[in-house]
Ligand binder design. Structure first.
Ligand code: SAJ
Length: 420
């Protein structure tokens, strides 16, 4: 059995690894020659716990071969990105190009699965027409086309790929059955069969649910600032109710999923999505709110030195894409308050960001304020005595509510309430 995986990023590469482990011959495809060369050496170009060993073993055993072009296979999995245009509409070009790229290689009876996150109706309106134009009769299952959205969380991809439930949305019922058979070989979680359109919407609603709930928590942080109440105490107590699960406020929603996916619904239903649109605005406004709070904390200080701890979009990952922390750093450095900003992040390497990175001690040394923007375990387990030891004034603004209790003279402010 042969699988051809198109797109070897955060989803395609782990998926290739897991199918190779299950005994499949995997032909991985990436348009980037450097990625192909790296993988054929048994090395990897992304960071994800557990992934390097799986890929190394599979490449050494000849179970994964990588190329810039697809090849004949029984199953094709498309896992390419769907970025957004400036106007927030989805760019499905890569999905369309990936579909076109397999046309010379597909044969009757093959299974084609799109895992990329796509706006509702993309399978029917964009992907299927490419295949039907090439002469394949999808209604009669010449090819089995389906959408099986990925739902794994960065940092835990290798376990979630196996344990999570999967939604398998077929172009036809038979297509869903075929795709489910493919995943049954590797997935321990339940597999639910539905239509391609329902699968598209279910995936998008999962991330939208989270975006809207985070917006509610962020709005609470702003209310807390106005009414002088601690938002985290409110959340902690409200969540003791059996049917309440308030999310956590923070410096904004980053990453390439939650901050993007609601737009895929909004673009198809602009008039009836005021809640989703407001949630996006609220979450996008958080970097401004954080900068305003830093302004307040440094009100009487000229040329304040700010130590920024954490640049990634969330804790314990190395991903800085769409990270609100980067936005905050640039707002501070470009502000007319002459901030001196020293950034530190245990996961981020110099070449990933157009910023100079420092050690924790150098960042804190003589700083007026420390600003925590990612909830890395390093900070959760940090000795808070370090703040008083290195900083000029041990004032800490923990936008993630992740630090242990303050020791000595250190004051730790939560997001939304500068009176603590
Ligand atoms: N965040 C908050 N407050 C919270 C929770 C999260 O501010 O209470 C922030 C995070 O710090 C981060 C952003 O939201 O900046 C998103 O982080 P996340 O951990 O919620 O999600 P992602 O983007 O890493 O992964 C999500 C997951 N979706 C859901 O949990 C519904 C994952 O399962 C999906 O596979 C992934 O999107 C995707 O690829 O779509």
């Amino acid at each position: 059995n042969k699988i051809c995986v198109i797109g070897l990023g955060y989803i395609g590469l782990p998926t290739s690894g897991i199918f190779a482990q299950a005994g499949y011959d995997v032909h991985g495809v990436d348009v980037n020659q450097d990625v192909v060369d790296t993988l054929n050496k048994g090395e990897i170009h992304i960071e994800e716990p557990g992934l390097p060993d799986v890929i190394k073993q599979a490449v050494e055993a000849g179970k994964i071969i990588t190329d810039t072009k697809p090849t004949e296979a029984d199953v094709f999995i498309i896992a390419v990105p769907t970025p957004v245009h400036e106007d927030h509409t989805a760019n499905v070009t890569y999905v369309e190009q990936a579909t076109e790229s397999i046309l010379p290689y597909v044969k009757k009876g093959d299974t084609i699965i799109v895992e990329s996150t796509i706006p509702p109706r993309t399978i029917y309106d964009n992907v299927a027409p490419i295949l039907t134009k090439a002469g394949w009769d999808l209604e009669n299952n010449d090819l089995y086309l389906s959408h099986c959205p990925e739902r794994v969380i960065p940092g835990k991809i290798m376990t979630e790929l196996i344990d999570n439930t999967r939604i398998v949305g077929g172009y036809t019922e038979e297509a869903a059955t075929k795709a489910a058979d493919v995943y049954r070989k590797v997935v321990k979680g339940e597999i639910h069969l539905t239509t391609a359109l329902t699968a598209e919407m279910a995936k998008l609603m999962e991330n939208t649910f989270r975006d809207v709930n985070i917006a509610l928590a962020n709005e609470l942080a702003k209310i807390a600032d106005k009414l002088d109440v601690n938002a985290h105490d409110v959340i902690h107590l409200a969540n003791m109710h059996p049917r309440v699960n308030l999310h956590h406020p923070g410096p904004g929603v980053g990453g390439h999923c939650i901050a993007v996916d609601p737009y895929f619904i909004i673009e198809k239903a602009k008039d009836v999505t005021p809640l989703m649109q407001a949630a996006r605005e609220i979450n996008d406004s958080m970097p401004d709110f954080v900068v305003e709070q830093v302004d307040k904390l440094t009100e009487n200080i000229s040329n304040p030195k700010v130590a920024v701890l954490g640049l990634t979009y969330k804790g314990n990952v190395d991903d800085v894409r769409e990270s609100p922390a980067i936005d905050i750093v640039f707002q501070l450095t470009n502000s007319n308050k002459d901030y001196e900003v020293f950034c530190q992040d245990p996961y981020v390497k110099d070449k990933q960001v157009p910023l100079k990175l420092h050690s924790l001690e150098d960042a804190l040394e003589n700083a007026d304020v420390a600003l925590v923007l990612a909830d890395h375990n390093h900070y959760k387990e940090m000795d808070t005595a370090l703040f008083a030891e290195y900083m000029k004034t041990p004032v800490v603004f923990d936008t993630r509510n992740c630090l242990p209790e303050a020791k000595g003279e250190t004051i730790i402010y939560p997001i939304g309430n500068l009176s603590g």
